[in-house]
Design a binder for this molecule. Structure first.
Ligand code: AVI
Length: 313
């Protein structure tokens, strides 16, 4: 497929998704479109913010329990990381897993994936790295491995929280179908906690999350010839108690009309575009989603019980 064709088809999908989301009474945009280069950079910054406890807490849990975690995963593992990005969160596992068979980073962005795989190979010259460019929310093929090798899927960072509950349940089933031989799923998810702490994590004092949220409008302006006025939209993080999720919205500050690839969309003052859900779980609500497909569960948490890592098998 030529690059030019790929670009055309990507922007057609973007246009369809954007217009579809903005035609509903509650306007919305798919959160996957946050992650262009600038968006990925802003997300990395979010991960380092004081208020965004998720990244450092997950890392602390892993560091404090690395021996137990790697013992649960066992030897002769093919470690398959979903949404690997820069594989930053993986090095600790790679350093401690014994007789690791191979590491399979899976990511939708092929160029980024290949670059990161090359960098990692330099750091770990003896490790077999087999990158797979795929959308891991849909069925995808994995590299062949001998029968005795266990497939362990790794899905850190509470990305599962960005799925609807229905999609999360389907996804867990999809992964369980790919595990044939004693393998499992190592997954990180964010726990329900007081609202103030959650809001601070998604509406930080430096405005990095606000910039991350608004970046989706910058992307649409650039890629779809649109004219969103960034000063007339305001970042909002709210906690939806019924659904136990943080929702990010962009609120229109005035009555305004925006043109996107020639199509006019009206925004009333106070109306919002819903851009992201970030679901929070209790151990029991998470278990409800996994118990039909995984009979064993091992859990590691921090002292404050902010975040959990589980190995499901
Ligand atoms: C990627 N994902 C787990 C992040 C989250 O916490 O839901 C995305 C994010 N949105 C705002 N801040 C971070």
């Amino acid at each position: 497929m030529s690059t030019e064709y790929q670009e055309v088809s990507t922007s057609t999908a973007l246009l369809d998704d954007v217009l579809e989301g903005l035609r509903h009474p509650q306007k919305s945009l798919p959160s996957k479109y946050f992650y262009d280069n600038k968006g990925s950079e802003l997300f990395e910054k979010i991960c380092g913010l004081d208020e965004y406890y998720l990244t450092r807490t997950e890392l602390n849990i892993k560091e404090n329990n690395i021996r137990d975690i790697t013992a649960a995963l066992d030897k002769h593992v093919q470690l398959i990381e979903l949404g690997s990005g820069s594989s930053l969160k993986t090095r600790l596992l790679l350093d401690h897993l014994e007789e690791l068979h191979s590491y399979v980073p899976v990511d939708i962005s092929e160029e980024f994936l290949q670059n990161e795989a090359r960098n990692l190979q330099e750091e770990y010259p003896n490790l077999t790295i087999e990158p797979v460019a795929a959308d891991y929310t849909k069925p995808f093929d994995l590299p062949e491995s001998p029968d005795e090798v266990k497939k362990v899927f790794y899905f850190p960072g509470s990305t599962i929280g960005n799925f609807t509950r229905e999609n999360a349940t389907d996804f867990i089933r999809l992964i369980s179908n790919l595990i044939d031989n004693d393998g499992g799923l190592l997954i990180g998810f964010d726990l329900i906690k007081d609202e103030e702490k959650l809001i601070a994590a998604y509406d930080d004092s430096k405005g990095v999350t606000a910039a991350f949220n608004k970046n989706i409008l910058i992307r649409i302006n650039r890629e779809l010839n649109a004219d969103f006025d960034l000063d007339q939209f305001h970042h909002k993080a709210i906690f939806n108690e019924e659904e136990n999720r943080i929702e990010m919205h962009l609120e229109s500050l005035i009555d305004q009309t925006v043109t996107i690839s020639g199509e006019k969309i009206f925004f009333e003052k106070g109306e919002t575009i819903h851009t992201e859900n970030s679901h929070k779980y209790s151990l029991s609500s998470f278990r409800e989603m996994t118990s039909s497909v995984f009979s064993n569960v091992q859990t590691w948490m921090d002292d404050e019980q902010l975040f959990a890592i589980q190995f499901l098998s």
